[in-house]
Ligand binder design. Sequence first.
Ligand code: ZN
Length: 74
Amino acid sequence: MRHPRDRHRMRPIEGYEQVWACQRHSIFAQLVDKETADALERGDAYTMHDGGAGLVVRHGDERQGGIILYYRAA
Ligand SMILES: [Zn+2]
């Protein structure tokens, strides 16, 4: 990513659980289980929280037994 992580302002998306978005960069993040995260690499297709086509950006921190997955619209 061109955007340093600390510049993102990840805010919860209303109507979804454990999904966040940076409006400025159109980056999304979602808490997924480790098995899901392990099966995905940067650039892989990923179905977004709203069902739209997305692409994996990167993996983030572990949280609540899962992994934060960053993605964007394809
Ligand atoms: Zn951002």
